[in-house]
Design a binder for this molecule. Structure first.
Ligand SMILES: [Zn+2]
Ligand SMILES: [Zn+2]
Length: 254
């Protein structure tokens, strides 16, 4: 958007009463960068550059950053020999650098505003207009109630609700996590899949005889994909045809 005279007046009036600060580094934002001012209003230019790489050069299936075959293949090395129950992953970026710091921040209840801002960035840069939003439900990856009471917030839920507000797609809190599983990061990919098997349950209000045709699962980070794989497997077992995954960051597990 160009800076029209009317907008310039509005912009300076707005700044008189409210000086925007970067949601990550807290520096005052003197000038909003780029063309999409709605998208760019959350972060200072430096943080914005570090957080939002557009278009994302990752794998077309799992979102992982491609270090090999980047030019010749749409898919990464992992996707050549791994089979997932979900159909596609969309990520804002890689679980690294500033985005990794931001992910640690949004696990705290006082940083819900940042979770919402990252959700909006994900929506505006990756999801808007894409077939991944051609779904009936948006479903957050659930957190076990014990962990939720420790943490105070399930950031995946905050992100899912924001994506639902922006897209108009129905938000359904369809699952609960029944097992407190060992921390995934200490396990091998195979152990992770076994670790989460049967860890989720449908909530009472989900009518399993009338499943939606398609679902978008929302989580903060996707590492080996074990959690979202298990959720997608459950969804498909009751007849959901397509399961997409949207995350803020994609980590590649070893
Ligand atoms: Zn900043
Ligand atoms: Zn991949």
């Amino acid at each position: 958007m160009d800076m029209t005279p009317l907008y310039a007046v509005w912009d300076s009036l707005f700044r008189l009463v409210y000086a925007p600060h970067c949601y990550v580094c807290r520096k005052e934002i003197v000038e909003l960068p780029g063309k999409d001012r709605l998208l760019n209003r959350f972060f200072c230019p430096e943080c914005h550059r570090a957080l939002i790489i557009n278009p994302w050069p990752g794998c077309h299936f799992c979102g992982a950053y491609r270090t090999e075959g980047r030019e010749s293949s749409r898919y990464c090395v992992h996707c050549r020999d791994e089979k997932f129950a979900f159909d596609q992953v969309v990520t804002l970026g890689m679980f690294d650098g500033l985005l990794r710091e931001a992910i640690y921040m949004i696990k705290k209840p006082e940083c819900v505003y940042l979770a919402r801002a990252l959700a909006e960035s994900l929506y505006r840069t990756r999801l808007k207009g894409s077939s991944v939003l051609d779904v009936d439900w948006i479903v957050p990856a659930p957190m076990h109630k014990n962990r939720l009471s420790e943490r105070g917030v399930n950031d995946a839920d905050v992100i899912a609700q924001r994506l639902s507000d922006l897209s108009g797609i129905k938000y359904v809190d369809a699952l609960s996590r029944t097992a407190v599983t060992a921390l995934q990061r200490k396990l091998s990919p195979q152990q992770r899949r076994e670790n989460v098997r049967g860890a989720f349950e449908w909530r009472w209000h989900v009518d399993k005889d009338k499943p939606p045709k398609s679902v978008l699962i929302v989580d903060d980070v996707l590492t080996t994909g074990a959690t979202c794989n298990e959720i997608a497997r459950m969804m498909k077992s009751i007849g959901v045809e397509t399961v997409y995954v949207a995350v803020i960051a994609r980590a590649v597990g070893d």
